[in-house]
Design a protein around this ligand. Structure first.
Ligand code: PRP
Length: 218
């Protein structure tokens, strides 16, 4: 019986994982051993429902799912777009809402309008490339950074940045602003294409319950 097989979830560490577990709990799926914050275990199991959960760094979640090491993943859309893996995106979980934007000092807006060859710093070089080359048809130099990307224009490493904006607080406190919006972001559920075929009923049932919990059908 297919019910005997474990379904494995890879969850992006941190707030996304705890929000996902809250949502799963609302539809009757719990994992008690995951609640023990002192535990050093990496994989958590619900024997009764034949489910396994593990926490991973966000950018690794689509990798686990593409290779089938996890059937299901939960991760931000930013990571899905950046990693560009062969996975199905099946559900917008609604939390972790923010925007991917081109940001910089106000004056840099001119450079964007005139399609100048500018420097763009980002933790998301793939998204930046897609946006500038394929959408705006603007040739730019992309510089990969690993965090605190707002520093780019402040220390004249780059003209603009491509980064996540949530409250806008980091930009404001550093004299930067949103110049162009690339796309909205939020947490998404992704599924391995083979798992989707092999475990269609279980996965579809799960998606149905989660979707209904997020926006109940009246
Ligand atoms: C993210 C993002 C921005 C900031 C945006 O950084 O890269 O810097 O949050 O949030 P805000 O609009 O609410 O200010 P994160 O905190 O993940 O750290 P990082 O800069 O090291 O990537």
């Amino acid at each position: 019986m297919s019910e005997e097989r474990y379904l494995t979830f890879a969850l992006g560490k941190g707030r996304l994982a705890s929000k996902t577990m809250d949502l799963l709990e609302q539809i009757g799926i719990t994992c008690e051993e995951m609640k023990d914050k002192t535990s050093r275990k990496l994989i958590f199991v619900n024997e009764e429902l034949k489910l396994r959960f593990f926490l991973a760094k966000g950018p690794d979640v689509p990798t686990y799912v593409e290779y089938g090491a996890a059937d299901i993943g939960v991760v931000g859309r930013d990571t899905i777009l950046e990693e560009n893996r062969n996975v199905y995106e099946v559900l917008d979980l609604g939390f972790g809402k923010c925007r991917m934007c081109v940001c910089g000092p106000q004056e840099a807006g001119e450079l964007l309008m005139h399609h100048e060859r500018i420097r763009v710093a980002s933790k998301y070089p793939h998204i930046a490339r897609e946006y500038f080359y394929n959408k705006k048809h603007q040739t730019v130099d992309i510089i990969k950074l690993n965090g605190s990307v707002e520093l780019g224009p402040l220390v004249e490493l780059s003209d603009v940045i491509v980064d996540i904006v949530e409250t806008g607080g980091t930009l404001r406190e550093n004299g930067l602003e949103v110049l162009e919006e690339i796309c909205p972001l939020s947490a998404r559920m992704i599924v391995n294409p083979v798992s989707m075929q092999m475990e269609t009923e279980r996965i579809k049932n799960l998606i149905y319950k989660m979707r209904n919990q997020l926006s109940p059908v009246s």
